[in-house]
Every structure is written in C-alpha cells, then in structure tokens.
Design a protein around this ligand. Structure first.
Ligand SMILES: Nc1nc2c(ncn2[C@@H]2O[C@H](COP(=O)(O)OP(=O)(O)OP(=O)(O)O)[C@@H](O)[C@H]2O)c(=O)[nH]1
Ligand SMILES: [Mg+2]
Length: 292
C-alpha cells in the first residue's frame, strides 16, 4: 500500500513554515528570513519514502492586517493552499498564540484533517506555557493532532511527517522518487536572490521589490543567470546597490553560493537593479511578474 497527497503548511507570517518545508525536504527550496511576508509564492516540496510520497505546500503567511494588491493576492494563495490539500498543518509560534492565529484557525476547511504544529519549542523554556498555549488553541477548533516541534533543530519533525503520511489517501507517487520540487531552477534562482535582498536590506527594505530572471542558460556543469532586482522608485536604487556597489555584490555572492549547493553545479550570476514603477500596485501587473 502506497499513499500520496498534498499537505498544506499554513499559518500567520514568520512562524517558520518555510523553515519546516526545507527541513522536511532536506534542501533550501523555500526562502526564509526573520521578517514577516517573506514567502510570496506557493511551492511544493516533495518527500518520498518507501510507503508514501508527501507533497508539502508552503504558502505565504496569512495577513490579518491587509492592505494593497500584493497582500490581497498573498492571502488568497494562503487559503487556496489549504483548500487544495488532503491534510493541513496549521503552524503557530510556541511563544505566543495571537488573534491572528485564531482567525486563521477559523478559516481553515472543516472537512479534512488539521494538525497543529507548535513550532520554535527550542525557544520555549517553560513547558507549562506551552501546555497553556495548546489549551488556548484547542478552544478555537479541534485538531487531529497537536505536535510541538522545532523546524530549526528538527526536533519532532519526523513525528509530524509520520502523522501526515498516515492521513494521506492511497495512490501512486506523482513525482519521480528523486524530485524535490515542482518549481524550475529559474524560479528557485529568483527566490534565493530575493532572500538575500530581504536579509541584507534589513529595515531599509523596499517591500515593493522583486527579482526577475532575464536569462537562464543551463549546461550540465554551469548555470548562467542574468537577473534584475526591480524596485519601485529611483530613490530605492542606491539602497540596493550600496556604497560603491558593495551591497549588490554581497547579495550576488551569497545567492551564488546557495544556488551552487542547490543545483549541484557552478553558477555564474550577474545582477542588476532596475526601476519599474508600480509593478506591485495592481493584481494585473503582479501577474506579469509571476504572482498567481
Ligand atoms: N528559534 C526558532 N526559530 C525558528 C524556528 N523555525 C523558524 N524559525 C525562525 O523564524 C523566522 C521565520 O521563519 P520562516 O520560515 O521564514 O517563516 P514563515 O512562516 O515561512 O514566514 P512567511 O513566509 O513570512 O510567512 C526565521 O528567522 C527562522 O529562522 C524554530 O524552530 N526555532
Ligand atoms: Mg515563508
């Protein structure tokens, strides 16, 4: 008997959804950062075992204080992911249960298994507080299972994996057994560059920035990537470039190192900054840049 199906990972921004996806797959597929709204696209991470193939869906954190076309689009993606899955993992931060967690818990479908993953237990010293949090969450809705985990250290992640696998429908594998994701190398390259941008820019970050791959050439041993960082205003360009172009150079170097690891090949990366006013202001223009 073999099982295969989708497991959605949902939750408010910054609780560690993408960190979990990467931990499960054992590769850095989905970008992470210590600021909310890092993930903007759904991405599948494939885990193949002798008894099951689990297709984990990472999604943007659900925003309860929304505004703007990008936020609206991300929220739709976040909920759609749960609707499309066989099993839902609601993730929360073990340090606090908030109004936002409560709101998301209520929005989840009631006709399929929902597991609560209480993450970041490595950062919770007081286990009684963890118990209190679980009680609070249980008052909102029923959960099939509650699993305290640490996506960062990997603690109890295997247990969560087993519990998800057991709840999938019977069926054949949908991906090759060595597949990691449904996304192209081109997409992964754009995302990893965006991660470096997020991490390097700190609070100066122009939220209305994205990465566009202009050229992607593949040979067995080398990927040649030309990518543009799009910003909304001319005044944001020097922020991305940094003094004497040092910042963009650092972004490119870090992205290249991660990409080489992920692709198992050499990477030649050229990075530019471009001003494209209003690229994130309407849903139509967002679609033109790959947002669903
Ligand atoms: N201490 C601790 N930190 C964690 C753990 N898991 C994730 N983090 C950190 O939490 C932050 C957010 O992680 P992400 O995986 O980007 O969170 P996310 O839920 O995908 O966030 P969005 O994509 O913005 O919705 C990062 O700084 C992670 O390193 C954990 O188990 N323990
Ligand atoms: Mg994320």
């Amino acid at each position: 008997m073999f099982r295969c199906g989708h497991v959605a990972i949902v939750g408010r921004p910054n609780v560690g959804k993408s960190t979990l996806l990467n931990r499960l797959v054992g590769q850095k597929l989905s970008i992470t950062s210590d600021r909310p709204q890092t993930t903007r696209h759904r991405i599948v991470g494939v885990v193949t075992r002798p008894d099951a193939q689990l297709l984990f869906l990472d999604s943007p954190g659900y925003q309860t204080r929304t505004g703007g076309a990008l936020a609206r689009l991300l929220n739709r993606t976040a909920l759609q992911v749960a609707e499309d899955a066989d099993v839902v993992v609601l993730m929360c931060d073990g340090r606090r249960w908030t109004q936002a967690d409560e709101q998301i818990a209520r929005l989840l479908p009631s006709n399929r298994p929902v597991l609560l993953a209480v993450n970041k237990i490595d950062a919770v010293a007081d286990k009684a507080r963890l118990m209190a949090l679980v009680e609070q969450a249980r008052r909102v809705r029923e959960f099939d299972e509650v699993v305290p985990i640490s996506a960062r250290t990997g603690r109890q992640v295997d247990l969560l994996l087993d519990l998800c696998a057991a709840r999938l429908p019977e069926g054949p594998a949908r991906y090759e057994s060595d597949a990691l994701t449904d996304r192209s190398e081109r997409f992964l390259a754009a995302e990893l560059i965006r991660e470096k941008l997020f991490r390097q820019l700190g609070d100066e970050l122009p939220y209305a920035s994205t990465v566009e791959i202009e050229r992607f050439e593949e040979t067995p041993k080398l990927r040649r990537v030309h990518a543009a960082i799009l910003v909304d205003r001319e005044s944001q360009k020097p922020i991305v470039l940094g003094a004497r172009g040092e910042r963009i150079k650092r972004i490119a170097t870090e992205a290249r190192i991660d990409l080489e690891k992920l692709f198992g090949a050499g990477v030649y990366l050229e990075l530019f900054v471009k001003v494209k006013s209003g690229w994130a202001s309407t849903e139509q223009s967002l679609r033109a840049y790959g947002y669903e």
